[in-house]
Design a protein around this ligand. Sequence first.
Ligand SMILES: C[S@@+](CC[C@H](N)C(=O)[O-])C[C@H]1O[C@@H](n2cnc3c(N)ncnc32)[C@H](O)[C@@H]1O
Length: 172
Amino acid sequence: MLWEILKWVGLVIVVIFAGTALTGAPFVPSRRKELDIIFKKLYKLNKNDLLVDLGSGDGKVLKAASDFGARALGIELNPFLVLFSKVRFISNPRVKVRMNDFFRSDLPTETTAVYVFGDGRDMKRIAKKVEEQAQKLKRPLFLVSHAFEVPRYKPEKTCRAYFLYKIEPKSK
Ligand SMILES: C[S@@+](CC[C@H](N)C(=O)[O-])C[C@H]1O[C@@H](n2cnc3c(N)ncnc32)[C@H](O)[C@@H]1O
């Protein structure tokens, strides 16, 4: 009986992880040491920032952002990772996690920077999403992309496998 339950729980976990990987990048965490470097050298994160991590995984980027004094919001589709992160930041009011598809979520009005460790095939769509949000907020947003460049955008700066873009509101 216990074996049957464990089998079903395992199957549900596999299906959820595989399902979220179909909608975007699978869960692979960023490295904390690299985050410390890029939030110092590529985009200087500080207490005035609200960083949104599109696909926040286990919350590693949110934790780094919070250690730099910034506020952070994670948007994540996988319910296990959302639950894990919510528990992780239960006593940190400057970090929030939302369960949602980031393509369907609006960014908070205070957002200053967006982080994404996505999938190469999604980068064009992600940049378009950030551009729409910049248009709504009527000001530029900074986008830090890990591992993938955004087609047709020129990075402001690069550092290791990270690219920094300043996404201007879409001109009509
Ligand atoms: C490569 S991992 C990066 C995790 C975290 N940002 C980090 O750098 O440590 C990508 C994450 O995005 C999530 N994801 C993929 N597509 C998504 C979508 N459309 N909306 C929200 N989350 C998504 C996956 O579940 C996964 O946790």
